[in-house]
Write a protein that binds this ligand. Structure first.
Ligand code: 13P
Ligand code: 13P
Ligand code: MG
Ligand code: MG
Length: 371
C-alpha cells in the first residue's frame, strides 16, 4: 500500500458573531464540497471541524504533501464557504483568503496548512490539534514537551525505542530559514530558539535513523503561516493547527495531551494583541467569547484505517482537564485586570502589525525634545 497523506488545512472565512464561532451553514457547505471529492476518489476520507471562528478541513489521500489538486479542493471549499458567509453577512467573510485566484499551492495564500505523508502502521493513532486566538509559536512548548521533556513523556525514560530522541525542524519565520536540530544532544540550543515563539517555530519532528519508524517520515507537523506577512497588515491572528502521531516508538496518546494541562501563556486573544492562557476544551466549548478568548485548543483523536479517519474522539472533553480550565479562568481574570498594560498587551515589536501604529503616528508630531 502506498503512503497515506494527511492534510489539515484551515481558514477563517467568516465569524458568527464577530470572531466567536463558525456558522453551521459553512460546515454544511464544506462537507458538501469534500463529499464530492471523496466520491470522485481524490480524497480517501475527510472530517470538517471548527475551533472558534476557524473552519478546519482534515483530509486523507495518496497524493503527497503540497499537492495542487488537494490544495485546489481546499481553496474551492473555502471560496464556497465564503460565499455562504457573505450571503449571511457573517463577520469578516473571507477573512483569511488573501488572494483572488488559486495559484497551485495554498501556502502563502492565507489558510494554515499542516500536512504529512507517511507509511500507515498496523495501528496509527493520530491527533489533530486546532487552536483559535493565537499564533503558530503556541505549539512550541507542547510539541517540545511531547518529544523532548522526560518530565512530560515517561517513554523518553522507560521505553528504549524512544531513548534516542527526535530531530526538530525549526523555522525562523521572519528570515524564512530553517534548521534541523537533534534532541537531546542540542536541547539547550533548541530551547534558546523556540522560547522566542513569535519568531522561531517548530515546523516538524522526525524520528532518528535506526529506530522503529522511517527517519524521513515526520511524526508531527505544525502550520506556520503568518497572515500579516501575506496581507502586509493585521487581518486576524494566524490561528494554528498541528498533526501528531502517537504510540509504538512515539509518545503515547496521554503523553501527547499532557503538555496542555499547563494552560500555558500564548499571544493572540483580543485583536491578536494580548497574552493569555491557552484553554484546552471540548469541541462544544471552543467558542471564545470572553474578551474574544481566552485562546482555545481542541484535540480530535483518530485511528487511521487504510486512510479512513476512525473518529473523532473529543480528547479534551475529559474531566481530568477541568482543573486546568479552572486555573486558566483564574489567570484570565488576573491578566484582564492589567487592561492595556504589558505584559497582558503584547510588547511593542509584536504590535507592529496591529492597528496600534496608526494611533502612535497620530501622536508623533506632538513630541518635542526632552531635556
Ligand atoms: P473592527 O474594526 O471591525 O471592529 O475589527 C476589530 C477586530 O475584530 C480585529 O480583528
Ligand atoms: P481571529 O484571528 O480568530 O479571526 O480573531 C481576530 C481578533 O481580532 C479577535 O479579537
Ligand atoms: Mg476571525
Ligand atoms: Mg480564528
Amino acid at each position: 500500500m502506498s503512503k497515506v497523506t494527511v492534510s489539515l488545512i484551515k481558514a477563517d472565512v467568516g465569524g458568527w458573531p464577530g470572531h466567536a464561532s463558525v456558522h453551521p451553514a459553512l460546515i454544511d457547505k464544506a462537507e458538501e464540497v469534500l463529499s464530492e471529492a471523496k466520491s470522485a476518489g481524490t480524497l480517501i476520507d475527510f472530517k470538517v471541524m471548527a475551533c472558534g471562528d476557524d473552519l478546519e478541513l482534515l483530509m486523507t489521500h495518496r497524493l503527497g504533501t503540497d499537492e495542487a489538486e488537494i490544495h485546489a479542493i481546499a481553496w474551492e471549499t473555502f471560496e464556497k464557504a465564503t460565499a455562504e458567509a457573505k450571503s449571511l453577512k457573517l463577520y469578516g467573510a473571507g477573512q483569511d483568503l488573501l488572494c483572488d485566484a488559486f495559484s497551485g499551492n495554498i501556502r502563502g495564500m492565507g489558510p494554515g496548512v499542516a500536512e504529512m505523508q507517511f507509511t500507515e502502521r498496523d495501528a496509527e493513532p493520530l491527533v489533530a490539534f486546532m487552536m483559535d486566538k493565537t499564533e503558530p509559536g503556541a505549539f512550541n512548548l507542547p510539541i517540545f514537551r511531547m518529544f523532548a521533556d522526560p518530565f512530560n513523556t515517561a517513554g523518553l525514560v522507560i521505553d528504549p525505542s524512544l531513548h534516542n530522541g527526535f530531530i526538530f525542524e525549526i523555522w525562523d519565520i521572519l528570515d524564512h530559514k530553517k534548521v534541523f536540530m537533534s534532541c537531546p544532544e542540542e536541547m539547550y540550543n533548541i530551547l534558546a530558539l523556540i522560547g522566542a515563539k513569535s519568531r522561531y517555530v517548530i515546523k516538524r519532528v522526525y524520528p532518528k535513523p535506526g529506530g522503529k519508524l522511517p527517519s524521513e517520515e515526520p511524526v508531527a507537523v505544525v502550520s506556520t503561516e503568518k497572515l500579516y506577512q501575506t496581507a502586509g497588515t493585521y487581518v486576524g491572528k494566524d490561528d494554528p493547527v498541528a498533526l501528531v502521531r502517537a504510540q509504538s516508538g512515539l509518545p503515547a496518546l496521554g503523553e501527547v495531551l499532557e503538555p496542555f494541562a499547563l494552560g500555558h501563556l500564548v499571544s493572540g486573544w483580543m485583536r491578536g494583541s494580548h497574552n493569555g492562557p491557552l484553554m484546552p476544551c471540548a469541541f462544544e466549548d471552543a467558542h471564545p467569547t470572553r474578551f474574544d478568548g481566552p485562546p482555545r485548543v481542541i484535540a480530535a483523536g483518530f485511528q487511521l484505517c487504510n486512510g479512513l479517519l476512525i473518529g473523532p474522539v473529543d480528547l479534551f472533553a475529559d474531566v481530568a482537564f477541568d482543573l486546568t480550565r479552572m486555573r486558566v479562568l483564574e489567570i484570565t481574570d488576573y491578566m484582564r485586570a492589567h487592561g492595556p498594560f504589558e505584559p497582558h498587551r503584547l510588547p511593542l515589536e509584536d504590535m507592529e502589525y496591529t492597528t496600534l501604529p496608526h494611533v502612535l503616528k497620530r501622536l508623533a508630531e506632538r513630541f518635542e525634545p526632552a531635556e
